[in-house]
Write a protein that binds this ligand. Structure first.
Ligand code: HEC
Ligand code: HEC
Ligand code: HEC
Ligand code: HEC
Length: 210
């Protein structure tokens, strides 16, 4: 008899606490239980896969780093080059009254250090060319850049220079050099911020007036 009362009491008490918990934080005991439970998916199984579905990516390995970069060839308007470049450049120059690539103006290093043939000079125009005359696939154009910009290349490999394609969660997919830098004119123009404060604007205008 005594035991039974005790059991009733315990059941009653438990029921009471359960109900009161439900009222306060839904099915959770406390706010920290709720945070713990609902943040679970973020531990371990967070991925950028969903954000990357629209980007065609290729896997590269450079030293100790293996990661993905965006595919380029499908983005290059005048690819495939061999549709027109069926013979060596020396035989092509001057063939057209209007320059075929009139919209490309080289503004990279200075004229003695660089011209078109620094990067496009092969027997097969569908590939880029290294300074020692080796073919480099257009999808791997960072190999062209790394010949001269080894510091940025080292930083990029490790993830310090550049930017991810989507999120920080794995798999690692990083923008490649030409996603940000136009190889023909790689530096960014200096510009004012889109918004700047009025005081600075006034000072600038005054500066111009005097
Ligand atoms: C629609 C035809 C066409 C396509 C496609 C084309 N080219 Fe050309 N390209 C020409 C012609 C014609 C010339 C020679 C006349 C001239 O100098 O513009 C030329 C010249 C060049 C030159 C030498 C320019 C100079 O000033 O010495 C380079 C470098 C070049 N092309 C690279 C490429 C690359 C790289 C591709 C592919 C990504 C490509 N071309 C695709 C027609 C084409
Ligand atoms: C520093 C190396 C470099 C030099 C110098 C260079 N190119 Fe390029 N060029 C590239 C790379 C890399 C690409 C591919 C860019 C990409 O993936 O979008 C490219 C792309 C092109 C394309 C295809 C562009 C398009 O959108 O259709 C043409 C045409 C071309 N280059 C012509 C030239 C000509 C002409 C010159 C000289 C005036 C020149 N390039 C100088 C590296 C270079
Ligand atoms: C043959 C050597 C060579 C190659 C290949 C080359 N560059 Fe350059 N680049 C230079 C030189 C030289 C300068 C001008 C001097 C400097 O500022 O470092 C320069 C300047 C730059 C600048 C501007 C630096 C500034 O201070 O404004 C950027 C950005 C750049 N290159 C990116 C690239 C990218 C991206 C590629 C590959 C598509 C590439 N370079 C390929 C030699 C090269
Ligand atoms: C996500 C975009 C992005 C990618 C990818 C990227 N860069 Fe840059 N890079 C920048 C920006 C932004 C700057 C700073 C420009 C400035 O200060 O005017 C810069 C600066 C540079 C400079 C000038 C020197 C300096 O540090 O200020 C060089 C050279 C350069 N990048 C080369 C490369 C090469 C080579 C690669 C590929 C291995 C690459 N970048 C990839 C955005 C990028």
């Amino acid at each position: 008899m005594k035991n039974r009362t005790l059991i009733y009491l315990v059941v009653l008490l438990l029921g009471g606490t359960l109900i009161s918990c439900k009222e306060k934080e839904g099915e959770y005991h406390s706010i920290s239980d709720k945070i713990e439970a609902e943040s679970k998916p973020y531990h371990g199984n967070l991925t950028s896969d969903e954000l990357l579905v629209d980007t065609e990516l290729i896997k590269i390995t450079e030293g100790e780093n293996t990661f993905l970069i965006p595919e380029r060839k499908s983005q290059i308007k005048s690819f495939a080059c061999i549709e027109c470049h069926s013979k060596p450049l020396s035989e092509m120059a001057g063939t057209d009254i209007q320059k075929a690539h009139w919209d490309i103006k080289l503004s990279h290093a200075n004229g003695d250090a660089m011209n078109c043939a620094t990067c496009h000079n092969g027997s097969n125009m569908n590939n880029l060319n290294s300074l020692t005359g080796k073919d480099i696939d257009f999808n791997l154009s960072y190999k062209i850049c790394s010949q001269c910009h080894s510091n940025q290349f080292e930083d990029w490999k490790g993830g310090a220079h550049g930017k991810k394609v989507a999120g920080w969660a794995p798999p690692r997919a990083s923008n490649t050099c030409v996603n940000c830098h136009n190889p023909h004119s790689p530096s960014f123009e200096k510009r004012w911020p889109v918004q700047f404060n009025t005081k600075t604007a006034i000072e600038r205008n005054e500066g111009l007036d005097h």
